[in-house]
Design a protein around this ligand. Structure first.
Ligand code: MN3
Length: 240
């Protein structure tokens, strides 16, 4: 091999390796759009936007690994079936007809999408308007609602979620295990979730370790009340 041939071979090798790794790390999405299934949306804010209440590393792992896995596994479980095109809320409402994989990963997808949107770096405080009035009428005060919600979050043994829901036109606080949620036709307390807190350890362990209570307290500083109020209005309009 002369110098020129060597240079050419080296160049081709580099191009081949680069091309291969490019293909490996950035695979082209060839699935057709009509049947592309469920999609992991970007967070509505940066990974570090919820500091100091929820740290950037937790947010990044939680969104880009945990939530991404729920979406991928849900698509895998429904691949080739018409259900892959169902609205997520519709799927939740008839979850008893599906496998545990669909229940766990579909719930995981729905719950996390909701969770990201009910938080905001400019959140916190208290709601106003009709929702505020309804909270006062139902629980006595905002403070009492908060205490009941915290109790549900602390009382959920192991992994799960605590919720504020609309049930038959009334507000209620509930909790569900694993990735179940109040929209599912398999849970005992059905309703429309206005907000929920993820009490799986992956949601808080890096920053709070076993101090779930500190994490849930911090969560109140992030609640996006305008969005929760929107959900309340929607739930009432839809007759939940
Ligand atoms: Mn989670």
């Amino acid at each position: 091999m002369n110098k020129r041939q060597f240079a050419l071979t080296a160049l081709m090798t580099v191009l081949f390796i680069t091309g291969t790794s490019f293909f490996v790390y950035f695979p082209v999405n060839t699935s057709n759009k009509e049947n592309s299934g469920f999609v992991l949306a970007s967070l509505p804010y940066a990974y570090d936007a919820l500091e100091p209440y929820i740290d950037a590393r937790t947010m990044e792992i939680h969104h880009s690994r945990h939530h991404a896995a729920y979406v991928n596994n849900l698509n895998r479980a429904l691949e080739g079936t018409p259900s892959i095109n169902l609205p997520l809320e519709t799927l939740m409402g008839s979850i008893s007809k599906y496998s545990m994989a669909v229940r766990n990963n579909g719930g995981g997808h729905y719950n996390h999408e909701l969770f990201w949107n009910i938080m905001n770096p400019k959140g916190g405080g208290e709601p106003s308007g009709e929702l505020a009035e309804k909270i006062r009428k139902t629980f006595g005060s905002f403070q009492q609602m908060k205490e009941e919600f915290n109790k549900a979050a602390m009382g959920q043994f192991g992994s799960g979620w605590a919720w504020l829901i609309v049930q038959n036109g009334k507000l209620k606080i509930t909790a569900t295990p694993n990735q179940d949620n109040p929209l599912m036709d398999v849970v005992s307390e059905k309703g429309y979730p206005l907000m929920g807190v993820d009490v799986w350890e992956h949601a808080y362990y890096l920053k709070y370790q076993n101090r779930r209570g500190d994490y849930v307290s911090a969560f109140w500083n992030l609640i996006n009340w305008p969005y929760v109020t929107e959900r309340y209005n929607e739930a009432m309009k839809k007759g939940w």
